[in-house]
Design a protein around this ligand. Structure first.
Ligand SMILES: Nc1ncnc2c1ncn2[C@@H]1O[C@H](COP(=O)(O)OP(=O)(O)OP(=O)(O)O)[C@@H](O)[C@H]1O
Length: 575
């Protein structure tokens, strides 16, 4: 919690506390003045005194209101600023986490941490700056002043305070663990909800709506059940405290009445004493709320810190080497590269070696799970090699800044992702300075110019979240065009042609070959026809390169390649 709170501006926090101290002093001063008005003004019929003290009380009340407003303003502003900072820090951290670490948390949990957990911290900080410091000061001040008004009456507190501690302690004992479990249940709701929203098509196709609704209802019921339980327990606090306060009132009036009759106490002092007693009990109540809220916020702070303090295994070195676009001199080399996933027993890639230069196309083919995606993910350092080296333009990729490295790579992932906006905005994603002509040129190479030009709004056509209003093949072509717009030394296409028909696939490859004379093209494919013209084909099987060469060479002497090739194409198509 302290680590999180340190992110706050302490000057503004101090200002908030300063205002609050003024407010408490004013609030503590008022009952004393009331007692003076009653005992010295009303009892003696001194109208001037009543006017004079009444005026002073009005001024003090105004000061109290101004101080309360100032405190509320600074407390709200600072807690909101803290929330903003935390949200932004978590977002930046999540954005830069390696794919593995990101997967450990999952999108649902990261969203809960950015929203729900940050809200908890914000609420507690606002309460802290408004009430948490007020409560102990008021408690001490009111106790001292009550004692001053009448020492004998303080005996009421020997009964009342243990009762308050038992009531508050009991409530906390049951409520705090439930508050903690609510956080986990919120995570669960988000996880189920997100999974169902993203898989809505599959759910409908399998007629699993009622199954999924039940799954969501279960998570929802579980959360609601705990929320009702905890809120019912906490709701007991108010009636219990009202009961204790009323009891205190009766006790003070009972004993106070006797002291007044014995001329040991004045009426005004008893009224002031009652007000101080109420302030003491309110302080206890506020303190109890703090004890309920702090453990809850602590759980949130732990969850936030867990993300913020996550050590990232993919880091930039201290003095990275400078690298820039090499165009015709570009080279890409895998030098005895091995890779193992953190939780896996076996290597996902084993001793991969190859070298390519600008203008060349390197293709990777292999069955599902052979390691093709893992292979291409190593190039922009989405994962780091376990051993061996990858060199881009002669630089070990670990020795250059991740930003610089990724600037030199045009990457089309296996699942084409488009962002909500327009086609133009999506095309400018990797290069803000791109001209209209360059966009159309990239769309032409990606075989996307036809369908984009036929759309009523052309480049300004609307793209739904994830590109949902385009077909799979159209999405792939737009994603390819977006990568081509980026000036890069290496273009990586991870199974990016799979949704294209054979003719479009062939046209696209032809266009790429003509255009990519100053870049290296890495293509992952399942279809032999897609990679037949590549300068170098790597055949992957269970993470090992079992064949390396051109289509002709592999067809002549590589068994795995022959099996793949003959299972897909007729003999005459293969030559
Ligand atoms: N995050 C991960 N953690 C552990 N193992 C993984 C992870 N991602 C992939 N693997 C494993 O690594 C191996 C290679 O996976 P990869 O995704 O690279 O295969 P692929 O050849 O691209 O498959 P496909 O053609 O089906 O996309 C598989 O056995 C897979 O189960």
């Amino acid at each position: 919690m302290i680590k999180v709170v340190k992110k706050m501006s302490f000057t503004s926090a101090l200002v908030a506390v300063g205002f609050m101290i003024f407010q408490v002093i004013a609030d503590l001063y008022l009952p004393s003045m009331t007692s003076n008005i009653i005992d010295n003004g009303v009892a003696r019929g001194d109208i001037d005194y009543i006017w004079h003290i009444g005026g002073v009380m009005m001024v003090i009340s105004v000061i109290s209101i101004i101080a309360a407003f100032g405190n509320a303003f600074f407390a709200t502003r600072e807690s909101q600023r803290l929330g903003k900072k935390l949200r932004s820090d978590i977002y930046k951290k999540a954005e830069n986490l390696s794919i593995d670490k990101f997967g450990n948390y999952g999108a649902a949990s990261l969203i809960t941490r950015t929203t729900n957990d940050v809200n908890q911290i914000q609420r507690v900080m606002q309460m802290f700056l408004r009430l948490m410091i007020q409560a102990p000061i008021m408690l001490l001040g009111a106790s001292f002043l009550a004692y001053q008004k009448d020492a004998q009456l303080t005996k009421v507190f020997f009964v009342v305070i243990p009762l308050v501690i038992i009531a508050v302690g009991g409530i906390m004992y049951f409520a705090v663990p439930l508050f903690r479990s609510m956080q986990k249940k919120t995570d669960r709701i988000n996880l189920v909800f997100r999974e169902e929203l993203t898989g809505v098509r599959v759910i409908r196709a399998f007629n699993k709506e009622s199954y999924e609704t039940e799954r969501f209802d279960q998570a929802n019921r579980d959360f609601t059940h705990t929320a009702i339980k905890v809120n019912t327990i906490v709701a007991l606090m108010m009636p219990l405290m009202t009961l204790i306060m009323s009891g205190t009132n009766i006790g003070i009036t009972w004993f106070g009445g006797q002291y007044i009759a014995d001329m040991q106490l004045q009426v005004g002092n008893m009224i002031a004493f009652i007000t101080y007693a109420m302030q003491i009990l309110i302080s206890f109540m506020l303190l109890s709320m703090i004890f309920v809220m702090v453990p809850r916020a602590q759980a949130s702070a732990d969850r936030i810190n867990e993300v913020l303090e996550e050590t990232d295994d993919i880091k930039d070195i201290n003095q990275p080497e400078a690298i820039s676009l090499s165009k015709a001199d570009a080279t890409l080399e895998f030098d005895h590269v091995n890779f193992r996933y953190a939780d896996a027993d076996n290597l996902a890639l084993e001793d991969v070696n190859f070298k390519a230069k600008a203008g060349q196309t390197v293709a990777i083919i292999g069955g599902t799970g052979a390691g093709k995606t893992t292979f291409v993910n190593l190039i922009p350092r989405l994962h780091d090699t376990s051993s061996g080296a990858i060199r881009l333009n002669g630089h070990k990729i670990q020795n250059i800044k991740q930003y610089d490295l990724r600037e030199l790579i045009g990457f089309v992932p296996q699942t084409a992702v488009l962002f909500r906006g327009t086609i133009r905005e999506n095309m400018r994603y990797g290069n803000q300075k791109v001209t209209e002509q360059q966009i159309w040129q990239a769309l032409k190479i990606a075989q996307a110019d036809d369908f984009v030009s036929q759309m009523a709004d052309g480049l300004d056509s609307y793209v739904e979240q994830g590109g949902g209003n385009f077909s799979g093949g159209q999405r792939q072509r737009l994603a390819i065009a977006r990568a081509l717009i980026k000036q890069a030394d290496v273009y990586v296409f991870d199974d990016s042609f799979s949704a294209l028909d054979f003719k479009t696939d062939a046209n696209l490859r032809q266009a790429l070959q003509e255009e990519m004379t100053e870049a290296i093209t890495v293509i992952v494919a399942q279809r032999v026809s897609t990679i037949m013209d590549a300068d170098l084909i790597l055949v992957l099987e269970a993470g090992k390169v079992v064949g390396k060469g051109t289509h002709k060479e592999l067809l002549a002497n590589n068994k795995t390649y022959q099996e793949i090739a003959y299972s897909q194409l007729r003999e005459e198509d293969l030559t």
